[in-house]
Design a binder for this molecule. Structure first.
Ligand code: ADP
Length: 355
């Protein structure tokens, strides 16, 4: 099975510059997340061959893709807007590439039937795209892209025009079908929940660069950069102003107070701006005004508002140095204007690179 190795890939368009290194192992499902305009779609287009990079390499299973025409790359591309041929039935769409590849009618039928039933559209194959719902059209587009048996499937926000319940259903299905087919995938998403749920490997993109890559649970547990920590939203990210030692404990001073660094968080470069993540799951709400016992560290702020998120509630707070957000159990229901305090428990804070 092939693997994907993108090295020092460069592309420039106007003010935008992309410089990317990215590796995906055989059979892995990769997710790229990042703010709008960070270059996620541009990267997919470079890999698909719709844009040409100025330097660097894109190796897929040891084959260099740069210089190859899109149809020679064995790379499939699925867009948000399905891009089906309107005059062809669902079956005609799924079989299109197979027909071009010279497959006979019965083989094509067999393939479209198998993919149709795998994507739960087996009964709809004679319909034109205009007679299918958005979710059904996207299923046809996915079946079409897998029919061609690509080595790599690129998906650009494939679920973003579908409603939330359908998105959840289809994201599990896509991953299952793609993995079953033994195809590697690289998907762009702006939905972090979707990215964490689907990714074997997560890539965080900012201003044309991959700033962090790893297994989603590792990026959640131990983000390296302030940018990734803010994006995954595990808790307040505060700028570090200075370090202080208190006996054997190393504290990082922020506008909201000084907090102890967790184990494994003390090493590494202290060059450039640094930040501190206080994971919400290590912040225990306590009565405001409680005098901290020796060795206790308190984060405090004035409640700006809150939003209910099922088992948890997200509280927006105003601190001394700015705003931050803490997730608490949904049983906490503070009023705006109230002061809320939290005790940093257990494993301490996580030191991050960047402001
Ligand atoms: P993302 O997918 O992360 O939102 P894009 O790859 O679409 O980011 O965009 C990267 C940069 O390229 C942005 O600065 C964007 O403004 C620019 N860009 C995207 N599409 C075009 C286009 N068709 N023409 C000119 N600039 C574009």
């Amino acid at each position: 099975m092939p693997s994907l190795d993108i090295r020092e890939l460069e592309y420039r368009s106007g003010d935008f510059a992309l410089h990317v290194d990215l590796g995906l192992e055989a059979g892995e499902y990769g997710l790229i997340v990042g703010p709008s305009g960070s270059g996620k779609s541009t990267l997919l287009r470079l890999v698909a061959g719709l844009l040409e990079a100025s330097s660097g390499s894109i190796e897929l299973g040891g084959r260099e893709l740069r210089g190859l025409a899109p149809e020679e790359r064995r790379v499939g591309l699925v867009f948000q807007d399905y891009a089906l041929f309107p005059h062809l039935s669902a079956r005609g769409n799924i079989e299109y590439g197979l027909k071009l590849a010279g497959l006979g009618r019965s083989e094509r039928r067999k393939a479209s039937q198998a993919l149709g039933s795998a994507f739960h559209i087996g009964e709809l194959l004679d319909r034109l795209p205009s007679a299918l719902s958005g979710g059904e059209q996207q299923r046809v587009a996915l079946a079409r892209s897998l029919a061609a048996k690509p080595d790599l499937l690129l998906l650009d926000e494939p679920l973003s025009s579908l409603d939330p319940s359908l998105r959840r259903e289809l994201r599990a299905e896509i991953k299952e079908r793609v993995t079953d087919a033994g195809v590697m995938a690289l998907q762009v998403s702006h939905d972090l929940e979707e990215a964490l749920a689907m990714a074997d490997r997560l890539f965080v993109m900012d201003a044309g660069r991959i700033v962090e890559a790893g297994r989603p649970e590792n990026i959640w547990e131990r983000p390296r950069t302030a940018f990734a920590a803010r994006l995954v939203g595990r808790g307040p990210v505060l700028q570090v102003e200075a370090f202080e030692s208190l006996g054997t404990v190393l504290l990082a001073r922020t506008a909201e107070g000084a907090f102890p660094l967790g184990i494994g968080s003390r090493e590494g470069s202290r060059k450039g701006p640094l930040s501190l993540l206080l994971p919400s799951d290590r912040l225990e709400p306590i009565k405001a005004g409680t005098v901290p016992a020796s060795g206790e560290h308190i984060l405090q702020g004035q409640v700006l508002g809150s939003s209910y998120a099922g088992a948890t509630r997200k509280i927006g707070l105003q601190g001394k140095g700015g705003r931050f957000e803490v997730s608490v159990g949904a049983e906490h229901c503070p009023q705006a204007g109230e002061t809320m305090a939290f005790r940093l428990t257990g494993a301490g804070a996580i030191l991050l690179e960047g402001a």
